[in-house]
Design a protein around this ligand. Structure first.
Ligand code: C5P
Length: 328
Protein backbone atom coordinates (compact mmCIF):
# COMPACT_ATOMS: atom_id res chain seq x y z
CA UNK A 1 0.00 0.00 0.00
CA UNK A 2 2.80 2.41 1.00
CA UNK A 3 4.69 1.56 -2.20
CA UNK A 4 1.55 2.21 -4.22
CA UNK A 5 1.04 5.59 -2.55
CA UNK A 6 4.68 6.50 -3.12
CA UNK A 7 4.45 5.45 -6.75
CA UNK A 8 1.30 7.43 -7.52
CA UNK A 9 2.42 10.32 -5.32
CA UNK A 10 5.69 10.64 -7.19
CA UNK A 11 3.84 10.36 -10.52
CA UNK A 12 1.53 13.21 -9.50
CA UNK A 13 4.51 15.24 -8.31
CA UNK A 14 6.38 14.70 -11.58
CA UNK A 15 3.37 15.69 -13.66
CA UNK A 16 2.65 18.80 -11.57
CA UNK A 17 6.30 19.90 -11.53
CA UNK A 18 6.81 19.36 -15.26
CA UNK A 19 3.54 21.08 -16.20
CA UNK A 20 4.05 24.03 -13.88
CA UNK A 21 7.60 24.51 -15.11
CA UNK A 22 6.75 24.64 -18.79
CA UNK A 23 3.75 26.94 -18.37
CA UNK A 24 5.47 29.33 -15.99
CA UNK A 25 8.68 29.41 -18.03
CA UNK A 26 6.68 30.19 -21.17
CA UNK A 27 4.71 32.86 -19.32
CA UNK A 28 7.89 34.43 -17.94
CA UNK A 29 9.40 34.60 -21.46
CA UNK A 30 6.30 35.88 -23.25
CA UNK A 31 4.50 38.12 -20.75
CA UNK A 32 7.32 40.09 -19.10
CA UNK A 33 6.03 43.56 -18.28
CA UNK A 34 9.43 45.12 -17.60
CA UNK A 35 12.93 44.13 -18.58
CA UNK A 36 13.44 40.54 -19.80
CA UNK A 37 15.72 38.45 -17.59
CA UNK A 38 18.76 36.69 -19.05
CA UNK A 39 18.23 32.95 -19.55
CA UNK A 40 21.95 32.26 -19.01
CA UNK A 41 21.83 33.78 -15.50
CA UNK A 42 18.62 31.90 -14.65
CA UNK A 43 20.28 28.60 -15.62
CA UNK A 44 23.33 29.58 -13.57
CA UNK A 45 21.17 30.35 -10.49
CA UNK A 46 19.35 27.05 -10.92
CA UNK A 47 22.66 25.16 -10.94
CA UNK A 48 23.84 27.04 -7.82
CA UNK A 49 20.58 26.15 -6.07
CA UNK A 50 20.90 22.46 -6.97
CA UNK A 51 24.52 22.43 -5.79
CA UNK A 52 23.49 24.02 -2.45
CA UNK A 53 20.85 21.33 -1.93
CA UNK A 54 23.37 18.58 -2.73
CA UNK A 55 25.99 20.05 -0.38
CA UNK A 56 23.30 20.43 2.31
CA UNK A 57 22.31 16.77 1.91
CA UNK A 58 25.96 15.71 2.08
CA UNK A 59 26.44 17.83 5.22
CA UNK A 60 23.43 16.21 6.87
CA UNK A 61 24.19 12.69 5.60
CA UNK A 62 27.74 11.61 4.74
CA UNK A 63 29.39 14.38 6.82
CA UNK A 64 27.06 13.75 9.83
CA UNK A 65 26.52 17.45 10.39
CA UNK A 66 30.16 18.44 10.70
CA UNK A 67 32.12 20.90 8.58
CA UNK A 68 35.33 18.88 8.86
CA UNK A 69 33.33 15.85 7.70
CA UNK A 70 32.17 17.85 4.71
CA UNK A 71 35.74 18.89 3.93
CA UNK A 72 36.74 15.22 4.06
CA UNK A 73 33.92 14.28 1.67
CA UNK A 74 35.06 17.05 -0.65
CA UNK A 75 38.68 15.85 -0.52
CA UNK A 76 37.71 12.20 -1.02
CA UNK A 77 35.08 12.66 -3.73
CA UNK A 78 36.42 15.64 -5.66
CA UNK A 79 40.16 16.13 -5.22
CA UNK A 80 41.03 12.45 -5.13
CA UNK A 81 38.75 11.51 -8.04
CA UNK A 82 39.59 13.97 -10.81
CA UNK A 83 38.86 11.43 -13.57
CA UNK A 84 35.35 10.79 -12.22
CA UNK A 85 34.63 14.53 -11.98
CA UNK A 86 35.98 14.95 -15.51
CA UNK A 87 33.76 12.14 -16.84
CA UNK A 88 30.74 13.86 -15.31
CA UNK A 89 31.74 17.14 -16.94
CA UNK A 90 30.28 15.71 -20.18
CA UNK A 91 26.64 15.55 -18.94
CA UNK A 92 27.18 18.73 -16.89
CA UNK A 93 28.12 20.64 -20.02
CA UNK A 94 25.35 19.08 -22.12
CA UNK A 95 22.67 19.71 -19.46
CA UNK A 96 23.80 23.32 -19.23
CA UNK A 97 23.42 23.62 -22.98
CA UNK A 98 20.06 21.80 -22.81
CA UNK A 99 18.68 24.11 -20.13
CA UNK A 100 19.70 27.17 -22.18
CA UNK A 101 18.13 25.62 -25.29
CA UNK A 102 14.89 25.07 -23.42
CA UNK A 103 14.69 28.73 -22.41
CA UNK A 104 15.34 29.68 -26.03
CA UNK A 105 12.68 27.26 -27.25
CA UNK A 106 10.07 28.53 -24.81
CA UNK A 107 10.84 32.11 -25.81
CA UNK A 108 9.72 31.20 -29.33
CA UNK A 109 7.22 28.36 -28.99
CA UNK A 110 4.04 27.95 -27.00
CA UNK A 111 4.17 25.51 -24.09
CA UNK A 112 2.14 22.74 -25.76
CA UNK A 113 4.03 22.50 -29.10
CA UNK A 114 7.21 22.57 -27.02
CA UNK A 115 6.04 19.76 -24.73
CA UNK A 116 4.74 17.67 -27.59
CA UNK A 117 8.00 18.00 -29.54
CA UNK A 118 10.15 17.35 -26.47
CA UNK A 119 8.63 13.86 -26.33
CA UNK A 120 11.24 13.17 -29.03
CA UNK A 121 13.56 12.46 -26.11
CA UNK A 122 11.90 9.05 -25.86
CA UNK A 123 13.20 8.37 -29.38
CA UNK A 124 16.69 9.76 -28.75
CA UNK A 125 16.97 7.88 -25.43
CA UNK A 126 16.04 4.67 -27.21
CA UNK A 127 18.58 5.25 -30.00
CA UNK A 128 21.36 5.96 -27.49
CA UNK A 129 20.34 2.94 -25.39
CA UNK A 130 20.68 0.75 -28.46
CA UNK A 131 24.01 2.23 -29.59
CA UNK A 132 25.68 2.86 -26.21
CA UNK A 133 24.22 0.19 -23.93
CA UNK A 134 23.62 -2.45 -26.59
CA UNK A 135 19.96 -2.79 -25.55
CA UNK A 136 17.60 -4.57 -27.90
CA UNK A 137 14.17 -3.12 -28.62
CA UNK A 138 11.12 -5.20 -29.38
CA UNK A 139 9.10 -4.71 -32.58
CA UNK A 140 6.40 -3.00 -30.51
CA UNK A 141 8.91 -0.41 -29.28
CA UNK A 142 10.30 0.27 -32.76
CA UNK A 143 6.76 0.76 -34.06
CA UNK A 144 6.00 3.11 -31.16
CA UNK A 145 9.12 5.13 -31.98
CA UNK A 146 8.14 5.40 -35.65
CA UNK A 147 4.63 6.55 -34.60
CA UNK A 148 6.21 9.08 -32.25
CA UNK A 149 8.36 10.47 -35.05
CA UNK A 150 5.36 10.69 -37.40
CA UNK A 151 3.36 12.48 -34.65
CA UNK A 152 6.10 15.07 -34.13
CA UNK A 153 6.34 15.64 -37.90
CA UNK A 154 2.55 16.18 -38.10
CA UNK A 155 2.56 18.62 -35.18
CA UNK A 156 5.51 20.49 -36.61
CA UNK A 157 4.08 20.78 -40.12
CA UNK A 158 0.86 22.11 -38.58
CA UNK A 159 2.86 24.63 -36.56
CA UNK A 160 4.38 25.99 -39.77
CA UNK A 161 1.00 26.33 -41.47
CA UNK A 162 -1.01 27.83 -38.67
CA UNK A 163 1.16 30.65 -37.36
CA UNK A 164 3.03 33.51 -38.93
CA UNK A 165 6.70 32.79 -38.31
CA UNK A 166 8.80 35.97 -38.49
CA UNK A 167 12.33 35.39 -39.85
CA UNK A 168 15.35 35.66 -37.59
CA UNK A 169 17.62 38.42 -38.99
CA UNK A 170 20.86 36.41 -38.87
CA UNK A 171 19.79 32.92 -39.91
CA UNK A 172 16.78 33.82 -42.07
CA UNK A 173 14.90 30.95 -40.40
CA UNK A 174 11.61 31.63 -38.61
CA UNK A 175 11.76 32.07 -34.82
CA UNK A 176 9.39 29.15 -34.34
CA UNK A 177 11.52 26.95 -36.58
CA UNK A 178 14.57 27.90 -34.50
CA UNK A 179 12.60 27.14 -31.34
CA UNK A 180 11.66 23.76 -32.79
CA UNK A 181 15.31 23.03 -33.72
CA UNK A 182 16.33 23.98 -30.17
CA UNK A 183 13.85 21.42 -28.73
CA UNK A 184 15.15 18.74 -31.11
CA UNK A 185 18.74 19.50 -30.03
CA UNK A 186 17.63 19.39 -26.36
CA UNK A 187 15.95 16.03 -26.97
CA UNK A 188 19.31 14.71 -28.23
CA UNK A 189 21.28 15.99 -25.23
CA UNK A 190 18.58 14.68 -22.87
CA UNK A 191 18.67 11.22 -24.47
CA UNK A 192 22.45 11.09 -24.51
CA UNK A 193 22.90 12.33 -20.92
CA UNK A 194 20.28 9.95 -19.54
CA UNK A 195 21.94 6.93 -21.13
CA UNK A 196 25.46 8.16 -20.30
CA UNK A 197 24.53 8.51 -16.63
CA UNK A 198 22.78 5.17 -16.63
CA UNK A 199 26.04 3.68 -17.88
CA UNK A 200 28.07 5.43 -15.19
CA UNK A 201 25.57 4.69 -12.44
CA UNK A 202 25.44 1.02 -13.34
CA UNK A 203 29.24 0.90 -13.14
CA UNK A 204 29.57 2.42 -9.64
CA UNK A 205 27.83 2.77 -6.31
CA UNK A 206 28.54 6.43 -5.59
CA UNK A 207 25.99 8.21 -3.41
CA UNK A 208 23.45 10.14 -5.47
CA UNK A 209 24.19 13.43 -3.66
CA UNK A 210 27.93 13.01 -4.18
CA UNK A 211 27.34 12.33 -7.86
CA UNK A 212 25.13 15.38 -8.22
CA UNK A 213 27.47 17.60 -6.25
CA UNK A 214 30.31 16.46 -8.56
CA UNK A 215 28.17 17.37 -11.55
CA UNK A 216 26.87 20.53 -9.91
CA UNK A 217 30.30 21.96 -9.20
CA UNK A 218 31.28 21.63 -12.87
CA UNK A 219 27.88 22.96 -13.98
CA UNK A 220 28.21 26.06 -11.82
CA UNK A 221 31.74 26.78 -13.16
CA UNK A 222 30.61 26.22 -16.77
CA UNK A 223 27.44 28.23 -16.10
CA UNK A 224 29.45 31.24 -14.93
CA UNK A 225 31.73 31.00 -17.98
CA UNK A 226 28.77 30.69 -20.39
CA UNK A 227 27.04 33.66 -18.76
CA UNK A 228 30.15 35.80 -19.19
CA UNK A 229 30.72 34.67 -22.78
CA UNK A 230 27.08 35.12 -23.82
CA UNK A 231 25.87 38.13 -21.84
CA UNK A 232 28.86 39.99 -20.44
CA UNK A 233 27.87 43.32 -21.94
CA UNK A 234 24.25 43.15 -20.79
CA UNK A 235 25.37 42.16 -17.28
CA UNK A 236 27.89 45.01 -17.13
CA UNK A 237 25.19 47.46 -18.21
CA UNK A 238 22.17 46.27 -16.24
CA UNK A 239 23.41 43.72 -13.71
CA UNK A 240 23.25 39.94 -13.28
CA UNK A 241 19.75 39.96 -11.82
CA UNK A 242 18.15 42.28 -14.38
CA UNK A 243 14.47 41.51 -14.94
CA UNK A 244 14.26 39.08 -12.00
CA UNK A 245 10.78 38.93 -10.51
CA UNK A 246 9.09 36.53 -8.12
CA UNK A 247 7.91 34.57 -11.16
CA UNK A 248 11.49 34.15 -12.44
CA UNK A 249 12.64 32.87 -9.03
CA UNK A 250 9.70 30.47 -8.99
CA UNK A 251 10.73 29.10 -12.41
CA UNK A 252 14.32 28.70 -11.19
CA UNK A 253 13.23 26.85 -8.03
CA UNK A 254 10.80 24.55 -9.87
CA UNK A 255 13.47 23.71 -12.45
CA UNK A 256 16.03 22.96 -9.74
CA UNK A 257 13.59 20.69 -7.89
CA UNK A 258 12.72 19.00 -11.20
CA UNK A 259 16.41 18.46 -12.00
CA UNK A 260 17.03 16.75 -8.66
CA UNK A 261 13.90 14.69 -9.21
CA UNK A 262 15.29 13.51 -12.56
CA UNK A 263 18.53 12.60 -10.81
CA UNK A 264 16.52 10.60 -8.27
CA UNK A 265 14.58 8.80 -11.00
CA UNK A 266 17.76 8.06 -12.95
CA UNK A 267 19.27 6.56 -9.81
CA UNK A 268 16.24 4.55 -8.74
CA UNK A 269 15.30 4.04 -12.41
CA UNK A 270 11.57 3.91 -12.80
CA UNK A 271 11.67 4.74 -16.47
CA UNK A 272 8.09 3.68 -17.02
CA UNK A 273 6.91 6.20 -14.46
CA UNK A 274 9.01 8.92 -16.09
CA UNK A 275 7.63 8.15 -19.54
CA UNK A 276 4.04 8.24 -18.30
CA UNK A 277 4.64 11.44 -16.40
CA UNK A 278 5.95 13.11 -19.58
CA UNK A 279 2.87 12.02 -21.53
CA UNK A 280 0.44 13.08 -18.77
CA UNK A 281 2.15 16.42 -18.39
CA UNK A 282 1.89 17.04 -22.16
CA UNK A 283 -1.87 16.58 -21.93
CA UNK A 284 -2.08 18.68 -18.73
CA UNK A 285 -0.04 21.51 -20.34
CA UNK A 286 -2.31 21.49 -23.38
CA UNK A 287 -5.51 21.66 -21.30
CA UNK A 288 -4.15 24.39 -19.00
CA UNK A 289 -2.68 26.42 -21.86
CA UNK A 290 -6.04 26.29 -23.62
CA UNK A 291 -7.82 27.40 -20.44
CA UNK A 292 -5.41 30.08 -19.24
CA UNK A 293 -3.31 31.27 -22.17
CA UNK A 294 -5.81 31.18 -25.06
CA UNK A 295 -4.12 28.32 -26.89
CA UNK A 296 -6.36 27.03 -29.72
CA UNK A 297 -4.91 23.85 -31.21
CA UNK A 298 -6.02 22.78 -34.69
CA UNK A 299 -7.45 19.33 -35.38
CA UNK A 300 -4.16 18.33 -37.06
CA UNK A 301 -2.21 19.39 -34.00
CA UNK A 302 -4.49 17.38 -31.70
CA UNK A 303 -4.18 14.35 -33.99
CA UNK A 304 -0.36 14.56 -33.98
CA UNK A 305 -0.33 15.14 -30.20
CA UNK A 306 -2.64 12.16 -29.60
CA UNK A 307 -0.42 9.96 -31.79
CA UNK A 308 2.63 10.99 -29.76
CA UNK A 309 0.89 10.21 -26.46
CA UNK A 310 -0.35 6.83 -27.65
CA UNK A 311 3.16 6.07 -28.94
CA UNK A 312 4.68 7.11 -25.60
CA UNK A 313 2.13 4.91 -23.80
CA UNK A 314 2.84 1.89 -26.01
CA UNK A 315 6.59 2.43 -25.75
CA UNK A 316 6.49 2.58 -21.95
CA UNK A 317 4.11 -0.33 -21.42
CA UNK A 318 6.18 -3.51 -21.21
CA UNK A 319 5.19 -6.09 -23.78
CA UNK A 320 5.63 -9.80 -23.21
CA UNK A 321 9.16 -9.79 -24.67
CA UNK A 322 10.39 -6.60 -22.99
CA UNK A 323 10.82 -7.75 -19.40
CA UNK A 324 11.37 -4.96 -16.91
CA UNK A 325 14.61 -3.46 -18.15
CA UNK A 326 13.38 -0.61 -20.25
CA UNK A 327 15.53 2.02 -21.76
CA UNK A 328 14.92 5.50 -20.47
O1 C5P B 1 14.54 14.51 -18.46
P1 C5P B 1 15.28 15.66 -18.99
O2 C5P B 1 16.53 15.31 -19.73
O3 C5P B 1 14.43 16.63 -19.72
O4 C5P B 1 15.72 16.44 -17.66
C1 C5P B 1 16.96 16.85 -17.47
C2 C5P B 1 16.98 17.89 -16.37
O5 C5P B 1 17.36 17.28 -15.15
C3 C5P B 1 18.00 18.96 -16.66
O6 C5P B 1 17.48 20.20 -16.26
C4 C5P B 1 19.20 18.59 -15.82
O7 C5P B 1 19.92 19.73 -15.45
C5 C5P B 1 18.55 17.88 -14.63
N1 C5P B 1 19.38 16.80 -14.06
C6 C5P B 1 20.05 17.04 -12.88
N2 C5P B 1 20.84 16.07 -12.34
C7 C5P B 1 20.96 14.87 -12.94
C8 C5P B 1 20.27 14.62 -14.14
C9 C5P B 1 19.48 15.61 -14.66
O8 C5P B 1 19.93 18.12 -12.33
N3 C5P B 1 21.75 13.94 -12.39
Amino acid sequence: MATRCLRYGSLAFLVAQDTALVLLMRYSRSHATGEMYLASTAVCCMEVLKLCVCVGMLYAGEARGSISGLVNVFRREFLEKPSEVLRLAVPSFLYLLQNNLLYFALSNLRATPYKVTYNLKILTSALFSVTMLGQKLSKRKWLSLIALFVGVTVVQSDNHKSDSDAPHPETGLGYQTLGFLAVVAAAFTSGFCGVYQQKILQAGKTNMWVRNAQMGLTSVCLGVVSTIVKDRQAIQERGFFQGYTRLVWTVIIIQAVGGLNVAFILKYADNILKGFAAAFSTVASCVLEMAIMHFRPTATFLLGGALINVAAYCYNTPGRKDGNKLPR
